[in-house]
Design a protein around this ligand. Sequence first.
Ligand code: ADP
Ligand code: ZN
Length: 433
Amino acid sequence: MFRDKAIETIDRASLDKLQLLQLKTTFTTALKTRFYEHRFRKTPIKSADDIHSLRDLEKIPFTTKDDLRACYPDGLLSVEKSRVVRLHTSSGTTGMPTVIYHTQADLDNWTELVCRGLTACGVTSCDVFQNMMTYGLFTGGLGLHYGAERLGALVIPAGAGNTQRQLQLMKDFRTTALHATPNYMLHIMLKLDEFNCSLDELSVKKVFLGAEPYTENTRKKIESFYQIEAYNCYGLSELNGPGVAMECVHKTDPHIWEDSYLVEIIDPETGQVLKDGEEGELVLTTLKREATPLLRYRTRDLTRIHTEPCPCGRTHRRIARITGRSDDMLIINGVNVFPSQIEEVLMKRPEVGTNYQIVVDQHESLDRLTIKVELYAKLFEGDIKDLERLRDAMKHDMRSTLLVGARVELHEPGSLPVSEGKAKRVVDLRKEV
Ligand code: ADP
Ligand code: ZN
């Protein structure tokens, strides 16, 4: 199913042409902001007339999260305030938030992109769509809300948290589609018994998972537990929010909507543009934004572009599952470790429950990595020797994957801290020393 078949299956040559045209428009709009007006005074590219092909993009400097922070509150506003109808900020996972303004046209375009993604996964006006993401400044709530509403689905703006009420809403209104963080879907698994809810009472068929990195094993765990389809939905507030890239029914990783975003993958160290298929940092340029246009924004998310076409027929390229952020890498005694590698090892094991935490501290002047992991309750009823064997096996797996040693602590279900929004998995105590 397509929302707009012509644009979703557009051939590459036409897409390139469209992108070049839109890039020029974006550049002109960008020059109306204080930030870009100042930046392009001394660069080789000074106006849209200096852009002759998409290759000229490489002559444009990157925009970073720090640039956005320095522009707070309105250094990146390119239209009259009277034309702005909404602002959003990032959730501030890694520091001070950034602000993005939207005109009505910006919001309409974002909504259309979300409609495309939801349609590609079979959401229709017959669905009851329960949105379990935080509403407010965070884009997770309103972003998918308006898309689902425009499709004509019955939208339940549940917001995040309050699991008992979420389950009640699912039962009472026969919810068929959910939007949630993977972390929250894992958390609900533990709560079904407590709130006397059995899966037979639910009508949920699909869930859109996003807002934080997670592994394929986590997706599988959620799908097999709830007996539903889970689709990956990627986005970030600087580039609108959720819906920048969404999977189709084939679950072959998210299509990134290339009529609205120019996609590049760069080497995060050198800034050099990499070829399709090579892993690096995702860099995006907005092609339709009016209020806050961004040129070559460094997302810090690590991924690669798939080269093979998707069976659905959409020509917009797909980005591989985000393996982490270039800035969430932990350096443990000199070795680079990504939290996603740890999750990968943990979620492969059927004994592992739904929550884990990574703690880094210093011990005898060395970095020490501890992984606290919840197991299913029944495992604590058996022989302690089995638990010890399991712990040792996990330690072994960690060492061979991460190339550094890690302590593994086994915990009972529900004993580690939970967050209702994005998961906070890493506690780095070294920074506080
Ligand atoms: P913050 O950077 O403060 O967390 P956002 O709320 O805009 O701000 O979060 C966007 C980030 O969330 C992305 O840059 C990415 O790291 C992460 N993210 C969002 N969706 C996904 C997804 N489907 N898979 C992996 N990571 C995701
Ligand atoms: Zn597809």
